[in-house]
Design a binder for this molecule. Structure first.
Ligand code: ATP
Ligand code: MG
Length: 268
């Protein structure tokens, strides 16, 4: 994995989101960015086939963002490169009664990808140190212990063959207002508007504080966080695709060797 990726949170650093751009274009034109992205998507298609064929590794992609941050669109654009048969997208909503009667990682663990597969989390176990903290759903002692629990959990996944990459799609509060406004104005986007999003928006600073702690404490060598400037969609897609290609290439995967000699086989 690229060690000096500009959007990678170096383990042990204290993140201040204000220091990270939300509208970066990486010094590229949109046309050049889109061209590079198209090439990376072809590469991702090939790498996923290899991942599936080899069956020795899994890839877990975690996506987190404030509302209207573009999680759905990132999944559509970037994960569109994958064969749907080898990729499972899981969305995490507020836990149901049964889930609440288990530890917070129970529902997460059963949705992690098996070897050969890619798993995409649209929201994730990080909600358990984000919304839970911001809305005071549990005493501080409970959610505070979870940073360590999360790091330990991700270490287990990593040690057992899962490559984990975590993306925070970073937008500004003004950008969120524009996107929410657009959902109200465009009738075919209205279904995405949830009046409850305004309550969350009012807690913007609290969410950012919670994100800063999660990004600082849970970006590890085995499961790094990437802060992606997410307001220019073409650049967001490109930045995510670059990280995924790097992550998959660093696995040095090989197609399995045939246990027969293809030259000796004649198809009748
Ligand atoms: P969209 O961006 O399209 O609205 P979404 O991911 O926001 O999609 P929603 O159904 O609107 O989907 O929201 C899911 C909600 O579930 C979020 O408000 C999130 O904070 C909440 N949630 C997820 N995990 C937990 C959790 N562990 N505890 C409490 N709430 C959670
Ligand atoms: Mg929502």
């Amino acid at each position: 994995m690229a060690k000096h990726d500009p959007c990678r949170v170096v383990p042990g650093t204290k993140v201040r989101l204000k220091d990270f751009k939300t509208d970066d274009d990486g010094g590229l034109s949109k046309a050049d960015g889109e061209r590079e992205f198209a090439g990376l998507c072809e590469r991702l298609t090939d790498l996923q086939e290899l991942l599936y064929a080899e069956g020795k590794h899994a890839l877990l992609i975690v996506l987190q963002a404030m509302d209207a941050g573009g999680k759905d669109s990132t999944i559509r654009n970037v994960c569109g490169a994958f064969n749907p048969q080898g990729c499972k997208v899981v969305g995490f909503k507020a836990p149901n009664d049964v889930e609440l009667r288990h530890d917070f990682l129970w529902r997460v663990h059963e949705n992690t990808p098996r070897l050969g597969y890619i798993g995409v989390f649209n929201r994730s176990h990080y909600e358990d140190v984000l919304v839970v903290r911001v809305k005071d759903l549990l005493p501080e002692k409970r959610w505070r212990a979870r940073y360590e629990h999360i790091n330990a959990f991700e270490k287990i996944l990593h040690d057992e063959g899962t490559t984990i990459v975590k993306f925070f799609l970073h937008i500004s509060k003004e950008y969120q207002r524009d996107r929410l406004q657009r959902r109200l104005e465009k009738r075919d986007k209205l279904w995405k508007f949830d009046p409850a999003d305004l309550t969350e928006r009012a807690r913007w600073d609290d969410y950012h504080a919670a994100y800063e702690e999660a990004l600082s404490r849970c970006s590890t060598e085995h499961a790094p966080w990437y802060i992606i400037p997410a307001e220019r969609h073409w650049h967001r897609n490109l930045a995510v695709a670059r990280v995924l290609v790097d992550a998959l290439e660093s696995l040095n995967m090989k197609f399995p060797k045939a246990d027969f000699n293809p030259d000796e086989i004649v198809i009748p």
